[in-house]
Design a protein around this ligand. Sequence first.
Ligand SMILES: Nc1ncnc2c1ncn2[C@@H]1O[C@H](COP(=O)(O)OP(=O)(O)OP(=O)(O)O)[C@@H](O)[C@H]1O
Ligand SMILES: [Mg+2]
Length: 416
Amino acid sequence: MPQDLIVGLDIGTTKICAVVGEVRDQQVDIVGLGSAPTAGGLRKGVVVNIESTVRAIRRAVEEAETMAGCEIRSVYAGVGGGQTKVINSQGIIAIKDREVTPADMERVIDTARTVAIPSDREVIHTLVQDFLIDGQDGIKDPVGIHGVRLECKVHIVTGAVTSLNNIMKCANRAGLEVNGIALQSLAAGEAVLTDEEKELGVALVDFGGGTTDLAIFAENALRHNFVLPVGGNNLTNDIAVGLPTSLTHAEELKKHYGACLNALTDPDEIMEVPGLTGRETQSMPRNRLAEIIHMRVAEILNLVAKEIQRARFIHPLHSGAVLVGGTAMVDGLAELAGETFGMHTRIGYPMGVSGLIDVIHDPSYATGVGLVLYGFRSQQKNQRSPDRWSSGGRWSNRSSGGGFMAKIKKWFREVV
Ligand SMILES: Nc1ncnc2c1ncn2[C@@H]1O[C@H](COP(=O)(O)OP(=O)(O)OP(=O)(O)O)[C@@H](O)[C@H]1O
Ligand SMILES: [Mg+2]
């Protein structure tokens, strides 16, 4: 695998997707994409069957390899928000020479990081929230500022060791090394949000198959994340029960005719609904499907809206909301979400890359493309200050010694 290739592996509840990026002139070109149904390997974002997941990873990776004409050996993988928890922590140090140096900045972040993490959890990200100098908050880059006391507030995103271990195990069994693991929402944010949106405040909602994840970005940092264990699969179930039809046909009807009520212009539009075994195909108004979808989607949106309202008290979300994930493709969802959230809402298509942009123009590829960009930016940071960012060694190389905790000790550390 050439050095300049970066691969994102999105292990989702319904599909696994591998996205290959090639770095050219400090820009990422998407050169390959592979996607395979997870086929029962995951439930609500959690690996529940290793063999099915490994098979799906292999299929997705092979497809991506064929498209990119390369061999994939290592990936950046995503972890769902449902498997993570955030610990807020604070560090404080004396500024040695009365002027903050990069070393002081590192030291204060390290101090903030030294909190007791339960033995069954491991740090995935240390996200700086704010720097304070002599009590003055809101400092984004403290280097060069005079003062005596430097403080730093961080969000430490931790993952259950067992979940991370399962992701590693699946990737390793599929013959892949894992360069790094990132929170899926953080990765998706890399692909669909502009710097301005992240600065002014934005709610990123990932409507996947098994879960709906909300991530709040403001003042250029991830401030909050929240997960609902419901998603597009629930819509499919509701449709199958409500029409009624089989799950396979319900899924097809949803993708083909799926809409929220407010998106339908023709109330007389008719669709053919294949009956359950032994029953005849029926003609039904498309409205019926939209009613079923509307009910579930409205319920999910209302729950997300409550969480957004809570976050808004602390962080104004001037940039509105952005929807990603496969379910975001339901006709009229952005409009309904906009009404429910009371803010401008758009669908998030991957951007900030070149190459196969038509192929990845799909909100369900936001996490996969985001993982490539996340990997690219992590590598850039490593190159800029190798002492600070890198840890050396790749994950699968470490499997020879010491068990998961020993492996994990060497994870490359990064601060976003
Ligand atoms: N055109 C479409 N219209 C409506 N729903 C769609 C469409 N395309 C895909 N979906 C739905 O999107 C869901 C899959 O989305 P996505 O690929 O983002 O999920 P995932 O990453 O596999 O799951 P999760 O993020 O929940 O772990 C499925 O429920 C699928 O039915
Ligand atoms: Mg997903």
